[in-house]
Design a protein around this ligand. Structure first.
Ligand code: SF4
Length: 407
């Protein structure tokens, strides 16, 4: 039997959860059981084994995979579900890179084009701080008239507005672009950002780190080897990054497994990743999907998303222990369910997030911290506010009263 709708799978997962992991595992055998057992006992999954798990279709096997990943999550990071209070500031959507999956960008002169001033950036930073944000995440289009000094000025502006605010900004592509436009090395540009107090980089613009896919969906973006190079340089300079995948378009399970293998290898070398964030492709208003004549998938299925959380928990075990769901792209309820299949972090409040909404996602404005906490308690877990780098800042009791605060 093959289940295609997550609604048909969830009751089976819950039935097996009540039975316990051993009971669920006793219902499966063969290669799936062997690979799951290997991960449960601390073995490192190969890329081939990860790919095998992405391909499974038997409902009992998928159910066991999800439960085993949840078990590993509990063993490795406990029952706390973290979130960060942050604000996204997409400083401009003006861009001439034309990635096929992106409907956020606008060419200069387009009626949708915008470019925030430094005063607006400072204002948004102060507003965010006033409602408790600890991080601003700044990313934007590759505006043809900005250069590396603009990125440096953005950081200075935020730090002058609120010195304590953590800046989590600029993808590896933007770091490369900043260095390239100033005619300096990536190391030198990273040092310049550090000099003005910059904190961490989002590991976005990774999409899928396999050139066969990448050159079709984002042919003008930096190649895989440059993304890897910039990330390693950041880590070696002491700047941590997240890691991401944007999947469910032209990619296939073997690409996902290769991508996870690349992230794991980087982490073994540098230890600089804080988390892994799977980001589902939102197809609706994108050229990649609408011009594809049916060749491009309309994002991963819900079952594929569940497998991504579970398999990444297993493949990255011992190396990247924080796996983040995306309420913006999945919706809060499915994000909540994904936390029971290997994930442990709810992501950020964001305040406004333009990129997914332009691509057709229904969510993406603001998710209040108390809602993260309510959804966390509903699945029997413990909510906690964290910093960008996963330091626990606040925990809450069942009445939602704060019970501890890190000094
Ligand atoms: S994803 Fe980034 S670089 Fe690509 S078109 Fe959109 S804004 Fe430009």
């Amino acid at each position: 039997m093959v289940i295609e709708d997550i609604k048909d799978l969830i009751p089976l997962i819950e039935e097996n959860r009540a039975l316990g992991l051993d009971g669920a595992l006793s219902k499966i055998n063969g290669q799936t059981g062997n690979i799951i057992e290997k991960s449960l006992t601390g073995g490192e999954l190969t890329i081939k084994e990860g790919e095998y798990l992405f391909h499974i279709t038997d409902p009992q096997e998928i159910s066991s995979l999800a439960l085993a990943a949840d078990h590993i999550r509990k063993e490795d990071v406990g029952d706390t579900v973290t979130y960060v209070v942050n604000r996204n500031i997409n400083f401009t959507n003006i861009c001439n890179v034309y990635c096929g999956f992106c409907n956020f960008m606008a060419p200069e002169g387009d009626e949708r084009a915008y470019f925030l001033t430094m005063e607006e950036i400072a204002e948004r930073t102060k507003e965010a701080w006033e409602i408790g944000a600890t991080e601003v995440c700044m990313q934007g289009g590759m505006h043809p008239e900005i250069d590396g000094n603009f990125y440096i000025d953005l950081i200075k502006t935020v730090k002058e507005a609120v010195p304590e605010m953590h800046t989590h900004s600029f993808s590896p592509y933007e770091v490369w672009y900043g260095a390239d436009t100033l005619g300096i090395s990536e190391e030198e540009f990273i040092e310049k950002l550090k000099d003005v107090g910059h904190n961490t980089f989002p590991g976005t613009a990774a999409e899928v780190l396999v050139e066969d896919v990448r050159k079709i969906i984002a042919p003008r973006k930096i190649a895989t080897h440059i993304w890897i190079r910039v990330v390693k340089k950041a880590h070696l300079a002491g700047i941590r990054t997240t890691s991401t995948i944007m999947y469910g378009h032209l990619d296939k399970p073997h690409h996902w497994a290769i991508h996870l293998g690349i992230l794991r290898d980087i982490q073994k070398e540098t230890g600089g990743f804080t988390e892994f964030v799977p980001l589902r492709f939102i197809p609706w208003n994108t050229r990649l999907f609408t011009h594809s004549k049916g060749k491009v998938q309309k994002g991963p299925t819900d079952i594929d998303q569940l497998k991504m959380y579970a398999v990444s928990r297993m493949m990255l075990r011992g190396w990247i222990n924080n796996i983040q769901v995306s309420w913006v792209k999945q919706g809060p309820e499915f994000a909540q369910f994904s936390l029971t299949a290997g994930a442990n972090d709810f992501g950020g409040t964001l305040m406004e997030e333009q990129i997914s909404r332009f691509a057709g996602a229904s969510y993406g404005q603001y998710f209040p911290p108390e809602e993260f906490r309510r959804l966390t308690r509903e699945i029997g877990r413990i909510p906690a506010e964290r910093s960008t780098t996963y330091k626990i800042l606040r925990e809450f009791d069942d009445n939602d009263d704060e019970i501890s605060k890190a000094s």
